[in-house]
Design a protein around this ligand. Structure first.
Ligand code: SAM
Length: 286
């Protein structure tokens, strides 16, 4: 896994509506993808089950499977442009803000959040779960396999069709009905996902490696605060600091402190000596 962020954040003029959080109002001048629910069906199941996959290992000898390469020619998309987009996005080596947000790679914080769920024996039975910025979707799949009903969200629909849904199939191949009944899929920008979800609330919200762009912090904060149940928990796994782009957990805490809706508490520090220091934080409503 490589971790580089070679994009820049435009330092356009601040929006002056609130001087305390104006640094989070970075104009991006990029298109924000509208949000929509995506179909899930298992037409391609037999092909998907023959694709090359590998195990991702977690604590306590638990593991999940992931495709080595996203599935191509997924007929589920119902969108003729899907294959072209798939090829375009897959060839991107890095994130392109507003176009491709990195969902085709498995980022290390996804593993951290699953390890946290395992170590703290978080109750997942009959929970309503939202995985924000799911990519491979392993945290959401882990929850689904332990009895949750899960809504998976990614910026790019190609990621959902070509990777998240196939990963769900290879991890729960004998239980198509369970997959269909207990999972929903949403693509698009967090601003519109917030609107699409309307008043829906979740017991558990999971998100990993999603704090790299300060310009998206307010949208992410809104999504969490508007859709977390009063007594719900959000587990967010992130690098403490994203070098070069200025995001990270301390910066997100700054915004949360000003908005004063959410409490953030670090529940894990991960220092493996190989990459940036990472944390898992627990977010609750004040
Ligand atoms: C670096 S990837 C992490 C993927 C996955 N969580 C992991 O840890 O492997 C960031 C994810 O956040 C999502 N994302 C980032 N900015 C977004 C935005 N403004 N609106 C919607 N999704 C966004 C993308 O879908 C992308 O999959």
């Amino acid at each position: 896994m490589s971790f580089k962020f070679n994009f820049h954040i435009d330092d356009k003029e601040d929006i002056k509506e609130d001087k305390d959080i104006s640094e989070f109002d970075i104009e991006s001048k990029i298109d924000e993808l509208p949000s929509k629910y995506l179909e899930f069906n298992v037409n391609n199941k037999d092909i998907i089950l023959k694709l090359e996959n590998e195990n991702v290992n977690f604590n306590q000898n638990k593991s999940l499977k992931k495709l080595i390469k996203p599935f191509k020619n997924n007929e589920n998309s119902g969108d003729n442009n899907n294959d072209n987009n798939y090829e375009n996005l897959l060839n991107k080596t890095d994130l392109i803000p507003g176009v491709y947000e990195g969902g085709f790679k498995l980022w290390e914080c996804a593993i951290d959040v699953i390890n946290y769920l395992i170590e703290d024996n978080i109750d997942l039975k009959n929970k309503k779960v939202l995985e924000i910025g799911c990519g491979h979707g392993l945290p959401g799949i882990f929850c689904l396999l332990h009895g949750s009903v899960v809504t998976f969200q990614d910026y790019n629909q190609e990621v959902i069709f070509n990777l998240t849904q196939p990963n769900l199939i290879i991890n729960n191949s004998n239980n198509d009905n369970n997959n269909k009944e207990n999972s929903k899929f949403i693509s698009g920008d967090w601003k519109f996902v917030d609107e699409l979800l309307n008043n829906e609330k979740f017991d558990l919200i999971l998100t990993s490696d999603t704090l790299y762009n300060i310009g998206s912090f307010k949208k992410l904060h809104n999504l969490i605060s508007n859709h977390l149940e009063t007594n719900g928990k959000c587990y967010l796994a992130s690098k403490t600091y994203y070098f070069g782009v200025g995001g990270g957990i301390r910066k997100f805490e700054e915004l949360a402190n000003v908005l004063n809706i959410l409490s953030i508490k670090t529940v894990r520090d991960i220092k493996d000596g190989f990459s940036n220091v990472r944390e898992v934080v627990e977010i609750t409503k004040k």
